[in-house]
Design a protein around this ligand. Sequence first.
Ligand code: RVP
Length: 487
Amino acid sequence: SSKLRVPEALTFDDVLLRPKESRVEPDEADLTSRVSKTVEVSVPILSAAMDTVTEADMAIAMARHGGMGVIHRNTNIDRMVEEIHSVKRADELIIPHDSVVTADPEMTVREVDEMMVREGVGGAPVTNTNGEVLGIISSTDIRPHLEVGENDSVTEAMTDEVITAPQDIDAREAFDLMYEHRIERVPVVDDENLLVGLVTMQGILQRREYKEAARDSDGKLRCGVAVGPFETDRATAADEAGADVLFIDCAHAHNLNVIDGAREIKEAVEADVVVGNVGTREAAEDLVDFADGIKVGIGPGSICTTRVVSGAGMPQITAVSQVADVASEHDVPVIADGGIRYSGDAIKAVAAGADAVMLGSYFAGTDEAPGRVVTMNGKKYKQYRGMGSVGAMKSGDADRYLKEDPEDDEEYVPEGVEAATPYKGTLKSELHQLAGGMQSGMGYVGAETIPEFKERAEFVRVSSAGQAEGHAHDVVITDEAPNYSPD
Ligand code: RVP
């Protein structure tokens, strides 16, 4: 029967990269790529928009190390806006006025000391009610007064010939200014000497540590945000809060109502709009005229049960390559989302045509993921659950999943499970292993850049015997490798 003349579809374990002549050392391989039309990153890796993976802490860490986090949408709009603000403020050169701890000239030395301890700062500009900068006080200025005159006015202890900086100061100039005057913080003022913000030495040194960081044109960390296909309010709020990329978040984005919603959101915002998930050439054709990126993955996720529950899905290597065939002709970046267990899977996804990859389980066990570490049978774990699991659906923004009887579990038809994943320590080292493994893949193929790699890479088909050969076999592993665990 014609129904049974079916095409083959492949996934990660079905293929390997064919080794090729090379002069590329892995650490010379450049991973720079795009996650969407206007957003380039030095490490094309995204953390998944899931409530056990990406909130502000994860997004900050991902961007500092060259990738990008996508904040989940299982929360109300106000809270989500706060998360975006935290990311955007994390490595800001000038701390804006409303976030600067200031002292009032009426305060005593004791009061200022208590305030600085409470706020966790080592110094504060002293401003009058107009916001004019009168001086600056630091804990070193205060110390001698605390013994003899804790009720002295702060104006007696402060430095009144205060060094200030103009609003257009850059990091280099601020560093030089502070170095020259041996100071730790400089108030930034406007033409009328009114406080605009504060630059700190600590902030500058922190920025220098992250040379690879993904930053926007103002030097703030990049941040992605998930929004539902019909959540125009959430999308505009995220856009105004400064999100760089909005990810229209849907398990089946080839649903035409979803595409209509996504188009409407695209019209309403400045940020790039990535649409997903899809898994076929036809879906890509329906998205390329407006999407700034297409995300691929129908059922590959580690916590995802879509394929067993619905009977639908597309093995991920075939899905990525079908979408990429269409998207690349329209210069639309492709993101491979889900099912990546090892660095080798990530670079295979790129070989199939992806410009960037998204991972959930790989990062869910790190310190920066939400949730706490639990111990079971002497091993440490963190919670990791599908966004289509009963638990995630229940804890979502109530009105999104409003049901007749909120107590009745049977109303849900979940397509995800709730699980635990081994605790892994810092995101930094996980990301280092992942990116390093991808660079190794580029070395084996002889490509120095991602575009060159996509051009050169070829697959070979692997049998199940070949697959077994690829894993550690016929040995008992005695020491855990940082990038490999069998199972
Ligand atoms: P993985 O990296 O294999 O853990 O997959 C993460 C991806 O799984 C997410 O980015 C998302 O596309 C998908 N997901 C999230 N929740 C669910 C579900 O409940 N089915 N699936």
